[in-house]
Design a protein around this ligand. Sequence first.
Ligand SMILES: Nc1ncnc2c1ncn2[C@@H]1O[C@H](COP(=O)(O)OP(=O)(O)OP(=O)(O)O)[C@@H](O)[C@H]1O
Ligand SMILES: [Mg+2]
Length: 435
Amino acid sequence: MLSTQKNEILIVDDIPTNIKLLHDVLQTENYKVSIAKSGKSAFKKLNKIVPDLILLDIMMPEMNGFDVCEILKQNTRTEHIPIIFMTALTDEVNKVKGLSSGAVDYITKPIHTEEVLARIKVHLALRKTQQKLQNEIAERKQTANELSQTLDELKRTQTQLVHNEKMSSLGRLVAGIAHEINNPVNFIHGNLQHAECYVEDLLGLVSLYQKHILNPPKEILDKMESIDLAYLEKDLVKILTSMSIGTSRICEIVSYLRIFSRLDEAQIKPTNIHEGIDSTLNVLDNRLQRNNDYPNIRVVKDYRPIPAIECYPGQLNQVFMHLLSNAIEAINERDTHRSLSAANADPGMVMISTAVRDDRFMMRVMDNGTGIPENVRSHIFDPFFTTKDVGQGTGMGLAICYKIIAETHRGKIWCEPNPDEPGTQFFLEIPLSLN
Ligand SMILES: Nc1ncnc2c1ncn2[C@@H]1O[C@H](COP(=O)(O)OP(=O)(O)OP(=O)(O)O)[C@@H](O)[C@H]1O
Ligand SMILES: [Mg+2]
């Protein structure tokens, strides 16, 4: 059988005859009744019970009904309980004052039991409806929150999927190109160094001839003039140097491409990630200390305790290197557009935070550099996407990070604006173990 819970009513009154009358009539109507003979004892009672309704007398010694009502309405535990005042029939001022101090209704003395019961019923029914509505609103809010979280998650997964698809076909293409370019470019680069030596030797020999053969035949003199030997000597060395710079750059790009397309060759090992980040910071130290007047870039670490993580350590170090290099470059870029005093007031900073949540390692790299405009953000993980000047960036850093995190480590990497200031935050998460 279903048991319906009795509604509980607290009577607060100092006059025993009133209390008795109300108590008897409410009990006959099957209400649970509690009694307090003053404001103070009402507060004590309310520490233990939360009644469904309070009948509150106005004229009481020590603390009158208005004060009691006001205190109850300020307390989160009792603010929702409907309060009905009990006041003398003629007392219009008190009725108004009672309602404005938070009561929902009043009954007049001498007490008419039918009136009391009728008013109590109305207010209990109202309270019930109100509670239902509040519960419904809370539930809807909760559902709305959950929906918006799911939507965010979906958006992220969708972006990740699009990237996955793009990256795997690009990966194959890149591997092919890197393989084809690697041999010839190494051949040119290696031989250029020999060529430089030979050219130097030949030019040395020519100048020896010039020194010792003071009157060369006319044919040689004509040739020297037509090829502008003096200019050729100077320019040839310059050309060879710039060719060598060019081939070094191509070798660098090819090695990035090779790393990018055969990332799965290294070993999985339990790794102390903090050591990896610190060693990367060490390598980057000369870029954090600046040799112009601008303040050094501050690194703030918020490392939480994390266990050894089963991962490809060399590859993760590459990710740290790319993220930190980008942060440094973004800070440098911001500084080139602001005054020294502005930079001193708000120096460049990189904050690295780590943590473990559930069975995933999480990391955030936040900088106060230029920030990434929204229209650029959707391209930053694409291979060869760069906003840097020609020769400054290959646009492969984040594409490599993406490959290492999303594919090799089955994790996620994404970027958001820095919430407080200009700048960017990169987030990554990977499972604690790949097995
Ligand atoms: N922390 C950052 N702040 C501002 N922009 C950034 C940041 N990180 C990346 N970017 C943007 O993303 C682009 C791509 O970055 P990515 O590291 O892939 O290439 P890159 O730095 O241009 O060249 P490199 O291959 O030498 O790393 C950058 O050119 C830059 O526009
Ligand atoms: Mg980069």
